[in-house]
Design a binder for this molecule. Structure first.
Ligand SMILES: [Zn+2]
Length: 324
């Protein structure tokens, strides 16, 4: 099949003669359809957010129903342009997955078939809101890039950005612990969960230090909580001599993308219910394992993305059977 647009690309892509616009586009649509149908089968806390006509319309409906001063209005807005109602997030237009192909492809080609889709995602995110998974999928579908490098994660990206959360567990006593620190690596979704006691900065810094000395130090720690991360990063810097950038991201509080805290809470609650135990400090290890060895929508688990090998040799079925 040759379209006008594919002819245009043939003339443009002198160097990459094997770039096939139609095949790339076709494979992108096939893979995205698979991902969306897999995603729909999951429980909401496990789903990744993909902007489709359905999710956009649901969001528009919520905004129109909601009072002007409510949460959604702080992030989203909606306007009718040329007879079509559009949705905007923080002032940027949201593009559905089936309308984003040419936008992503243009950046991907301008960057010389850059397989590091995260940096393309960051560039496009200055103008539009497009689901992250579309960028990873495009590299997988691109006839130039497929099979060359695993598109989901470049090992260098591990520990680039980590998010830090606190799970307050005071309502369910498990002395001496009263909260859990949850550390999420943005690019690989690899998580750490640590039961902790109180808010002493030196103590929390030591707990993070134990993780960092085993797994490396993140370039950037992101949080929306008052975790005294600046002081903690100073303590860590004094000991390891490595600088950590701390970003307080207020928007994250209302971000509707993967809700890590909820996922951890749900898995922990399930563990407590199933085992009949009240020792959530022990359950943390189980939840960390679950989250890092769950296949999700990607081909590889977070564990495999980080370590480049399987976490154990259990058959796939057994690993997939974990009730999440
Ligand atoms: Zn490519």
């Amino acid at each position: 099949m040759t379209t006008l647009r594919s002819k245009f690309y043939e003339s443009q892509d002198k160097k990459s003669t094997f770039f096939d616009y139609d095949k790339t586009k076709f494979d992108f649509y096939v893979q995205m359809n698979d991902i969306i149908s897999e995603n729909d089968k999951k429980i909401p806390s496990e789903q990744i957010q993909i902007w489709t006509k359905k999710t956009i319309n649901a969001c528009i409906e919520d905004i129109l129903l909601e009072d002007m001063h409510e949460v959604l209005h702080r992030i989203y807005s909606t306007t009718v342009i040329k007879g079509e109602r559009k949705l905007f997030k923080n002032g940027l237009e949201i593009i559905t997955w089936d309308n984003c192909f040419d936008i992503i492809l243009d950046v991907h080609r301008k960057e010389g078939h850059n397989k590091n889709w995260q940096s393309n995602y960051e560039k496009v995110s200055e103008k539009y809101v497009i689901s992250e998974i579309c960028f990873a999928t495009l590299v997988q579908a691109c006839t130039v890039c497929r099979d060359v490098i695993h598109p989901i994660s470049n090992p260098i990206q591990f520990n680039k950005k980590c998010q830090v959360y606190t799970l307050c567990m005071e309502s369910q006593p498990d002395p001496p612990f009263d909260k859990i620190i949850l550390l999420v690596d943005r690019m690989t979704s690899f998580v750490h969960l640590r039961p902790v006691i109180g808010s002493d900065k030196q103590y929390i810094a030591t707990e993070l230090l134990k993780i960092f000395t085993d797994f490396g130090v993140p370039l950037e720690l992101m949080t929306y909580e008052t975790l005294y991360l600046n002081e903690i990063s100073d303590i860590i810097q004094n000991i390891l001599g490595v600088k950590i950038m701390v970003t307080i991201d207020k928007n994250d509080l209302n971000d509707l993308t993967t809700n890590w805290k909820d996922r951890a809470y749900i898995l922990l609650k399930e563990w407590l219910d199933v085992t009949g135990s009240s020792k959530w400090s022990l359950g943390c290890h189980f939840v960390q394992w679950q989250m890092n060895t769950n296949i999700g929508v990607y081909v590889r688990t977070p564990f495999e993305l980080v370590f480049e090998h399987k976490e154990n040799f259990a058959p796939k079925e057994r690993r997939r059977n974990i009730p999440i």
